[in-house]
Design a protein around this ligand. Sequence first.
Ligand SMILES: Cc1ncc(COP(=O)(O)O)c(C=O)c1O
Length: 256
Amino acid sequence: MGSLALTSTAKYREPFEPLPGDVVFVPYGDLDAAARAVDEQTAAVIVETIQGESGVVCPPRGFLPGLRALTREHGALLWVDEVQTGIGRCGEWLTSVSDGLDSDLITLAKGLGNGIPIGACLAIGPAGELFTPGSHGSTFAGNPVAAAAGLAVLDTIENDGLLEQARELGDHLVEEIAALQLGQIVEVRGRGLLRGIELTTDIASQVAETMLELGWIINAPRPNVLRLAPPLIVTPQIIDDFVETLGVVIVQESGR
Ligand SMILES: Cc1ncc(COP(=O)(O)O)c(C=O)c1O
């Protein structure tokens, strides 16, 4: 219920309301709105380094450092959600750390388990003293099998050079999409192998559905945005095949 209270998407929140806590949502990238919302009563500011569900939205320059300054000023924690961006997806272990953002808390999940369910909350500096053993217990917390999987994932990413690979293949993906020269594409954004394609019209779910019929899994977080998050072991050849099909499907769906 605590996690649900932190997501603004109505379809996730509303069936479970009322939700606990006194959570205020402010538009992503709007530092002035954040400044109006944060005061001495604020416990934490929670932010994604790239918004995933909202359609792979990158922060404007200065936004995340601005939140750091704001939270310091008011004695609030800066909590960075790297559940989607972390552990290799964007070609970095942690995008916030690579970008020099010194947050108090970082949450991780998806990429850490590579399919095995695991989540982690990293607490840094004084924030690391807030929980003590037993203060956040659960039946399956500290699960040794999940922890072993997490460690194996970290070793594999390091030993197989997957961070660099995600960066290179992400660049390749963007170049190939640009080479399609489709008027239906407004922009391709994101980082590494987390990419969003903004389209001129609301055909993203039809495109995603047709791509699935053809064997490609992508999704449509917004009516006009496609999200791509291929495995870190994808090859240039697979990317080329994917982009070729995607181009055909976008043209086909926009002509309906
Ligand atoms: C950015 C982000 N944070 C948190 C979560 C929730 O993670 P979990 O399902 O591991 O609780 C998700 C799930 O999609 C997510 O995308």
